[in-house]
Design a protein around this ligand. Sequence first.
Ligand code: NAP
Length: 306
Amino acid sequence: MSEPYKRVALIGLGLIASSMFWAMKRAGSTAHVSGYARSQETRDTARRLDLCHSVCDSAEEAVKDADLIVLAVPVGAMGPVMEQIAPHLKPGATVSEVGSVKRTVIEAIAPHLPNYVHFVPTHPMAGTEHSGPDAGFASLFDNRWCLIVPTEDSDENAIQRVETYWKSLGANTERMDPEHHDMVCAVVSHIPHLIAYTMVGVADDLKRVTDKEVIKFSAAGFRDFTRIAASDPTMWRDVFLTNKDATIEVLGRFTEELMALQRAIRTGNGEQLHAYFTHTRAIRRGILEAGQDTDAPDFGRAKVDR
Ligand code: NAP
């Protein structure tokens, strides 16, 4: 595969950006990668890990010669970071970002974009509950979807280069429009996280179930909830604040279904429960058949070497 960019800048050096760097390295990329994170601590860790070819002390320095600039900071920080780097971008460069929400991120970034750069938003549908520069690993994106979410103004050639780049990191790509992206992600990612946060909160609230029992008897179901509920609080706060409409809509549907199941339990309607669970089991089978998960413990997400 030909190298789509000579110089790549990663702004924000957490789970996603560090995994991108390790995946580029694994692919044998010859591109120079510069990185920047706002805290000295993260920059020091990145230098210790040899994460990026150069770790810069300012975002301006990191982006100045880059052909591809990827914003990998929390969704709520995308606009301010874009504003900060805008005057330092090279004409013809492509700005991309990996935020979990698209419509509000595009609205936050677009006003700051100089007219001589391209903009191609993306969302790699891969992650773990870990964050920070030491959380990344090369295979994070393998066989996962990276959604490419062009704006009306995105240049076709720039979109295709971003697609080539993500394929080189191991991902499959698919294009989607921002509104649809936000609805799909509310269903497959955002609401499941909210439910996990709630369930762990409820278990903690039920003082009849002690902490000891929760840990000792934690079977796969609850254990997986606790893993998801350990996800980064800043990232998820921003996701819900910026994907408000889709989240509220899906949450409304979820509550209706929950009430229907609650009624079936109260009235002893075993037939309804069985039919419902049979249907959901088939959906799980579909996910496995699509290669988007494995039956391995911990959903096959064990951390692997770089
Ligand atoms: P992360 O591991 O928490 O790293 C976030 C990075 O952003 C850190 O380098 C942090 O710098 C920097 N940062 C935090 N707040 C900032 C601010 N206000 N201004 C400037 N920089 C800031 O996060 P991540 O998991 O890589 O997520 C990055 C992006 O990818 C987010 O938009 C998220 O929605 C998206 N995403 C995440 C996942 C996932 O599962 N984690 C999956 C797909 C997409 P310091 O370390 O110096 O504080």
